[in-house]
Design a protein around this ligand. Structure first.
Ligand code: NAD
Length: 294
């Protein structure tokens, strides 16, 4: 029988822990952590994400600011906003909602954010520090995955972990984090991707599988061994006539065939997804408390 890793419940617990910590800071006369977000244009998904982040900030007692810029903002204007927030002592964390419109240089924007305020953990300084095991802001999804493994006491030391997908925001960082000499970590990691030959030969050996490739129900029961732990990061919207919205969300894992062989497994929705925003809140709190960069 498998244990369902409940990201919804865990993220609600963490949110409550953060809310209490903020209340305590305020009680002692300190200021609330402050997260600023820059949103360029009117992309529906980006608007939704930023609204969800604002709401989460309110719920835990953070201050939040959203700077809305028009779709045709120039690179220089956008960088000026970033630089201004970099210098604003009232703001602890800054995120720029991605993707940006095509005429803007995303990487330059990321690299203009001061690493000390880069609570998304995308700045090369934070990525580099994470890689060599120095204190760093760890990006939200990998941090959320680690927190789930920690809270469900999934044994990782000495285990073989197969990560599927090598994106900069999930696959690559999670593979580095799980190979670190830390708990959770100490895994032997295999990083698989679209050019991997005979993926099943790897997944069948895996004690832990992190599926982050973005292909609905890709990983099936016959690709895994008994007792595996499966973390499903994928979110794919598929047309469905069985739901009111006309869409259904699927993970990268075929839950029906994989769950019966699993020791631990995350559902989609309700697994990794809800952990993302709380990881961002945690990073903002760490920034306000000057934990990462004293
Ligand atoms: P991506 O879309 O940038 O890249 C996909 C990766 O999968 C690539 O490295 C590619 O090499 C690999 N891949 C593609 N097909 C493959 C195959 N057949 N076999 C092996 N590897 C293959 O990755 P991403 O941005 O990390 O997104 C992956 C999925 O995770 C998407 O569904 C995305 O929506 C989801 N996601 C979820 C969260 C969350 O909070 N739950 C956060 C980020 C991304």
């Amino acid at each position: 029988m498998y244990t369902l890793i409940d990201g919804k419940k865990t993220s609600a617990e963490i949110r409550e822990e953060i809310r209490r910590e903020v209340a305590e800071i305020r009680r002692q006369g300190g200021k609330a952590p402050h997260l600023a977000a820059i949103l360029v244009g009117h992309d529906g998904a980006s608007e939704t994400y930023v609204a969800a982040k604002e709401k989460a900030c309110r719920e835990v007692g953070f201050d939040s600011t959203v700077i809305r810029l028009e779709e045709d903002v120039t690179q220089e204007e956008l960088l000026d906003h970033v630089r201004h927030i970099n210098e604003d002592p009232a703001v602890d964390g800054l995120i720029v909602q991605l993707p940006l419109p095509a005429h803007l240089d995303e990487q330059q924007v990321i690299e203009t954010i001061r690493p000390e305020k880069d609570v998304d953990g995308f700045h090369p300084v934070n990525v580099g520090r994470m890689t060599i095991g120095l204190p760093a802001f760890i990006s939200a999804t990998p941090a959320g995955i680690l927190e789930l493994l920690r809270r469900y006491k999934v044994e990782t030391g000495g285990k073989h972990c197969v990560v599927i997908g090598r994106s900069n925001i999930v696959g690559k960082p999670v593979s580095i984090l799980l190979s670190r000499k830390e708990e959770p970590g100490n895994c032997t990691v295999t990083l698989c991707h679209s050019r991997t030959h005979d993926l099943t030969a790897f997944t069948r050996q895996a004690d832990i599988i992190i599926a982050a490739l973005g292909k609905a129900r890709f990983l099936t029961g016959e690709m895994v061994k008994e007792g595996v732990t499966v973390i499903d990061v994928g979110i794919t919207r598929v047309r469905s006539d069985k739901t009111r919205s006309g869409w259904k969300l699927y993970g990268d894992v075929d839950f029906e065939t994989v769950a019966p062989k699993s020791r631990f497994i995350t559902p989609v929705p309700g697994g990794v997804g809800p952990m993302t925003i709380v990881s961002l809140l945690r990073n903002t709190l760490l920034s306000a408390q000057k934990v990462i960069y004293p």
